[in-house]
Ligand binder design. Structure first.
Ligand code: NDP
Ligand code: 8X3
Length: 251
C-alpha cells in the first residue's frame, strides 16, 4: 500500500536515491534539504510516478524545522515513514586542530536535526499506532578512526537514540531502524573536504565504494519487511573496506 514518506537530505546521495526508489512504488514523497532547486528538479522527474512535495529546510535550525511542520499541507496526511538521512562530516583534522564550528555544525545537523524531526512526527505515529523511522547512522559511529572524532560521535548518538526509541515505543506498531553504511561515493567527501575535489577523489581512489543506490535498496528492503518485523540495525560496507588492528605507540 502506498505510504507518505518524508526524506531529509533528499537533494543528493542516499536521500535522492531513496526518493527515486520509493517513487517507483507510487508512494507520496515529502523531500527536504537546503538546496530547494535540486529538490524541485527531482520532483519534476518523479512527478509522473507519484505525488512529491518539496520544502527548503535547514535541519540544523530547529526554527526551520518547526516552520516546515507548521506549513506542511494537511492533505498530505500523516507521515508513515520518516527517513532521517540529512547529515554531514566536516574536516578530518585531529581533535586538537579541528574547527569547533565544524563540530557544532555536525552536532546540530546529525543529532539535533534528527531528534527534532523525530519528535515532530512521533505524536501522529503514536496516535495512529503506525509508523517507521529509519535513521542513517554510519560505521563511523561504531568504529573509531583518526579524524573521525565528532562525526563518529554524532553517529554513535544516532545509533543509541534509535535503540532507545525502540524501548520507548514498545507496545506500539512503530518500527525504528538504524542503518550504518561504510564508505559510499556521494557528495559526502566533497562536503567533508569543503570543495577540495582532489582530496575527495582520493577517498575512493582504486577502490569500489558503495553507491547511493546500494543504500537506497537497503532502506527499501527494511521498509518493505512485513509489519511485524523490525530490523533494528544494519551495518554495510563495500567488500574493499574492513577494520585495521589496534595501533600501539611504542616510543
Ligand atoms: P551527500 O552529501 O550526498 O548528501 C547529504 C544530504 O544531506 C544532502 O541532501 C544535503 O542537502 C543534506 N543536508 C546536509 N546538511 C543539511 C542541513 N543543514 N539541512 C538540510 N539538509 C542537509 O551525502 P550522503 O548521501 O552520503 O549522506 C547522507 C547521510 O549518510 C548522512 O547522514 C551521512 O553522514 C551518512 N553517511 C554517509 C556515508 C558515505 O560514505 N557517503 C557513509 C555513512 C553514512 P543540502 O546540502 O541541499 O541541504
Ligand atoms: C561515512 C563513512 O568512514 O567516511 O559515514 O566516516 S566514513
Amino acid at each position: 500500500m502506498p505510504k507518505t514518506i518524508l526524506i531529509t537530505g533528499a537533494s543528493s546521495g542516499f536521500g535522492e536515491a531513496c526518493a527515486k526508489i520509493f517513487a517507483k512504488q507510487g508512494n507520496t514523497l515529502i523531500l527536504v534539504a537546503r538546496r530547494k532547486q535540486l529538490l524541485d528538479e527531482l520532483a519534476d522527474n518523479l512527478g509522473k510516478q507519484c505525488d512529491v512535495y518539496t520544502a527548503q529546510v535547514d535541519v540544523s535550525q530547529p526554527a526551520s524545522i518547526a516552520t516546515f511542520f507548521e506549513q506542511l499541507p494537511s492533505k498530505l496526511g500523516p507521515i508513515d515513514t520518516l527517513i532521517n538521512n540529512a547529515g554531514l562530516a566536516l574536516g578530518l583534522e585531529s581533535a586538537d586542530k579541528a574547527d569547533i564550528n565544524d563540530w557544532e555544525t555536525m552536532i546540530n545537523t546529525n543529532c539535533l536535526g534528527l531528534v527534532h524531526f523525530t519528535r515532530q512526527v512521533l505524536p501522529s505515529m503514536v496516535a495512529n499506532n503506525l509508523g517507521h523511522i529509519v535513521n542513517i547512522g554510519s560505521t563511523a559511529g561504531k568504529w573509531p578512526y583518526p579524524g573521525g572524532n565528532v562525526y563518529g560521535a554524532t553517529k554513535a548518538f544516532v545509533q543509541q537514540f534509535s535503540r532507545n526509541l525502540r524501548a520507548d515505543l514498545l507496545g506500539k506498531n512503530i518500527r525504528v531502524t538504524n542503518i550504518d553504511p561504510g564508505m559510499a561515493e556521494t557528495e559526502f567527501s566533497n562536503i567533508r573536504f569543503k570543495g577540495n575535489n582532489e582530496k575527495a577523489e582520493q577517498v575512493y581512489h582504486n577502490a569500489k565504494p558503495l553507491t547511493a543506490q546500494d543504500i537506497a535498496e537497503t532502506v527499501q528492503w527494511v521498509c518493505n519487511r512485513p509489519a511485524h518485523v523490525n530490523i533494528n540495525s544494519l551495518e554495510i560496507m563495500p567488500v574493499c573496506q574492513a577494520w585495521g588492528g589496534w595501533e600501539i605507540d611504542r616510543n
